[in-house]
Design a protein around this ligand. Structure first.
Ligand SMILES: [Zn+2]
Length: 355
């Protein structure tokens, strides 16, 4: 069987290291692939990327996918040259230790590992404990504090050294599908709409947002700039089709079942219906989820911007979120692009989804 072809744009985004506030590598990839297809292209003080198509169109549709990821922020180097860190984003402390990491420094990447005391050297009670963040360190093989600080600076960031790998057909693992897939989808949707503008009434602004993982901050400023009537956030969502995941608590979603369309107070009801209709028109399988609160995504900030925005949310099913080995079926990513192309074309002039 021939290997599943991962689009170059997506592969490059997954390779780019972009902890919140340190998104430069992902910005560069988005610039390279999306800017040539856009009618206008801008950035802002938060580091967002805003690509516009059909600038005179109506309504204004914003597509938002965050390009930041989790990271470890170096805060202290001890006299032996071991590095201590604070976490950027919601880490699971049970999986930080024993990893290879790459630290982005002014002089280029520095390799290290997250160290901890060996199991042989623990007593019975130590073995049951989850280490606190300050009980884990990064070892870069330095001989002293001076040696370490010659290579790494306070405020540099580390990410896990887990690159994209396909493990079965279109099912891949990577350290930050959350949410490079969303940034890819909004960029790729704009590229495809640029190739075929027939029936496109809307102005489309695809935004690779920054700093979602620490409070939807890039979405807050970019929505103000774009001032959309309608917006769709694209993020990852929990696939609940693995052991130890109670459907009664977490709903029923699976890898490879198509993009997940969300419903609830964060979602404009007309936009929800439109997304279902677009999925059916594009012959794209989809799944449903419901969330009773402002969602933990850019959709939360976007809906409440200015005088309010008619907001939708689509999630790519993902197993093992915020661990170094997230799992996604890349077919679901392609299906989401098709769905959004159909959705953008379904919008009529003057249609603002007020209700
Ligand atoms: Zn996340």
């Amino acid at each position: 069987m021939p290997q599943y072809q991962v689009p170059a744009f997506l592969a490059e985004l997954l390779h780019a290291r972009s902890p919140s506030g340190y998104e430069a590598e992902a910005q560069a990839v988005f610039d390279r692939h999306v800017k040539p297809a856009a009618d206008a292209y801008a950035n802002d003080a938060l580091g967002n990327r805003l690509a516009t198509l059909n600038p005179a169109g109506d309504p204004v549709l914003m597509l938002a996918g965050h390009m930041d990821e989790l990271g470890l922020l170096i805060t202290y180097v001890n006299k032996e040259g071991y590095l201590y860190f604070a976490t950027i984003g919601g880490h699971d402390r049970t999986v930080i230790s024993g990893r290879r990491v790459i630290i982005q420094t002014a002089k280029g990447p520095v390799k290290g590992v997250t160290g901890k005391r060996a199991v042989h050297l623990m007593d019975e009670s130590d073995r049951k404990k989850v280490p606190e963040i300050h009980e884990i360190w990064i070892d870069i093989g330095a001989k002293s504090k001076k040696d370490a600080l010659a290579r790494v600076a306070i405020g540099d960031v580390a990410t896990y050294d887990h690159e994209l790998e396909l493990i079965n057909g279109s099912i891949g693992t990577a350290r930050a599908f959350d949410n490079k897939v969303g940034a890819y989808i909004v960029g790729e949707t704009l590229i495809r709409l640029a190739q075929d503008r027939k029936k496109l009434a809307a102005k489309v602004v695809s935004v690779a947002t920054s700093q979602e993982e620490i409070g939807t901050r890039g979405a807050t400023t970019s929505t103000y700039i774009v001032n959309p009537h309608i917006a769709i956030a694209i993020d990852v969502g929990h696939a609940t089709d693995h052991p130890d995941c109670d459907n009664r608590k977490f709903g029923e979603t699976k890898l490879g079942g198509g993009p997940i369309i969300c419903r609830g107070p964060n979602i404009n009801p007309k936009i929800y219906q439109r997304l279902l209709a677009a999925a059916k028109a594009a012959k794209v399988p989809f799944q449903l989820e419901a969330d009773p609160r402002p969602t933990g995504t850019d959709a939360r900030a976007i809906q409440m911007a200015r005088g309010g925005v008619a907001t939708g949310l689509i999630s790519i099913p993902l197993r093992y979120m915020h661990t170094p080995s997230e799992l996604v079926d890349l077919e679901d990513v392609e299906r989401c692009v098709k769905l959004l192309v159909a959705f953008a074309k379904s919008l009529d002039k003057g249609d603002y989804a007020h209700w």
